[in-house]
Design a protein around this ligand. Structure first.
Ligand code: PEP
Length: 254
């Protein structure tokens, strides 16, 4: 299975999100997209309306964040329970913007992933080094630490997915080299295997790449051992989304 996960962040209005969801649905109805799992992650405010548009389309509804508990005095937060009720199937957890701007720690990411997985939702956990960490030669150490902290021996890994997103590559137009993404995916899988106490499980967890992916480079990151992409900017317009989908349509089956 190959993944294309669209992170619309807070870039689109509800009406724009609905129009883009309709356009993606139309594309999928008109063209074969073999072996491709598509998930659209609008802002929480747009989930309900976008969910109605995606119903029965085979395109998954995703969310960009979830609280770490089901019910609590947490003003402004969204419970995994709400997301499940809305028909959400996958949730991005620990995006670098949430880590940097909202101060989310490895520990909170761990609890959020657990809360999401407890409802049978897929947790797409983001890990990735910052520019200064890569420059200091610490890129692998950082993703190993983040991957290890995200799970424990009791984590139900069947619905776990990791997005390797080097912070310096997000929204910059400069993606990582494929070989560097592959090396980081190897390190992530190795670390997950150790933390889960199950090497085989670690090896089977899908690892996506995210950071300046577009229609011109998406194929590079959608071939084993990488399992697909988490896309921001290019997924936020019909043109960008169609370019991604057209590029993936002609990718030979593995
Ligand atoms: C992201 O923020 O998850 C992302 C990958 O953004 P972009 O595609 O714009 O680099």
């Amino acid at each position: 299975m190959r993944y294309l996960v669209a992170n619309w962040k807070m870039k689109l209005t509800i009406a724009e999100s609905m129009a883009l969801a309709r356009a993606v649905r139309e594309f999928v109805e008109r063209h074969d997209t073999p072996d491709l799992h598509i998930a659209l992650c609008p802002s929480h405010a747009a989930l309900s309306e976008v969910g109605k548009i995606l119903a029965t389309s085979g395109i998954a509804l995703g969310a960009q964040d979830a609280a770490h508990v089901d019910r609590a005095s947490l003003t402004g937060a969204t419970s995994p329970l709400h997301l499940a009720e809305l028909g959400v199937k996958e949730v991005i957890i620990g995006h670098s913007e949430r880590r940097a701007i909202f101060g989310e720690t490895d520990e909170l990411v761990h609890h959020k992933a657990k809360a999401v997985l407890a409802h049978g939702l897929t947790a797409i956990i983001c890990v990735g080094e910052r520019k200064e960490e890569r420059d200091r030669g610490e890129a692998e150490t950082v993703v190993r630490r983040q991957a290890r902290a995200a799970v424990d021996a009791g984590t139900p890994w069947e619905k776990l997915c990791i997005a390797y997103e080097p912070v310096w590559a997000i929204g910059t137009g400069t993606p990582v080299r494929r070989e560097d993404a592959v090396a980081q995916a190897d390190a992530i899988r190795d670390e997950l295997g150790k933390a889960l106490g199950n090497k085989d499980a670690g090896a089977r967890i899908p690892v996506l790449y995210g950071g300046s992916v577009d229609g011109d480079n998406v194929r590079l990151f959608t071939q084993a051992p990488l399992n697909g992409t988490l896309v921001g900017t290019a997924s936020q317009s019909k043109e960008g989304m169609y370019a991604l989908l057209l590029a993936l349509r002609t990718l030979p089956q593995e």
